[in-house]
Design a protein around this ligand. Structure first.
Ligand code: FES
Length: 123
């Protein structure tokens, strides 16, 4: 009976590190790190990757559940979020592009409007 032999080849680790570094250079300087968003007027920080969407960061990292996830492809509008006063589909907006910007959800805007209306004198 012949004995089976196997020859394992492995890519040396320095080659993998170089490939990873080249990939990071190609994608820009931000890969993983902390981002800062101004959510409903409060500065919120979160660990994020360069591929995290604003929707995922808000819902799963910052526990802001106002925007909903539905189609996840910028067609239904359930995830609409206001970034620096302009509506965006947060399911297709990268969180890192919102760094330092003002983020508001339609739900919070509605609550604020209702609170303001309740303070108005009644007729
Ligand atoms: S989840 Fe439908 S547009 Fe974002």
């Amino acid at each position: 009976m012949a004995a089976a032999t196997a020859v394992l080849t492995a890519t040396p680790l320095p080659a993998l590190d170089e490939a990873r570094a080249a990939e990071e250079r190609a994608e820009g300087s931000f890969r993983h790190g902390e981002i800062s968003l101004q959510v409903h007027g409060q500065v919120r920080r979160s660990r994020s990757s360069h591929r995290s969407t604003l929707l995922d960061t808000l819902r799963h990292r910052l526990d802001v559940t106002g925007p909903s996830e539905s189609c996840d492809r910028a067609s239904c509008g359930a995830c609409t979020t206001i970034v620096d006063g302009a509506p965006v589909y947060s399911c297709t907006t990268l969180a890192v592009t919102c760094q330092g910007k003002s983020i508001e959800t339609p739900r919070e805007l509605r609550h604020r409007r209702e609170r303001r209306a309740s303070r108005l004198p009644q007729e």
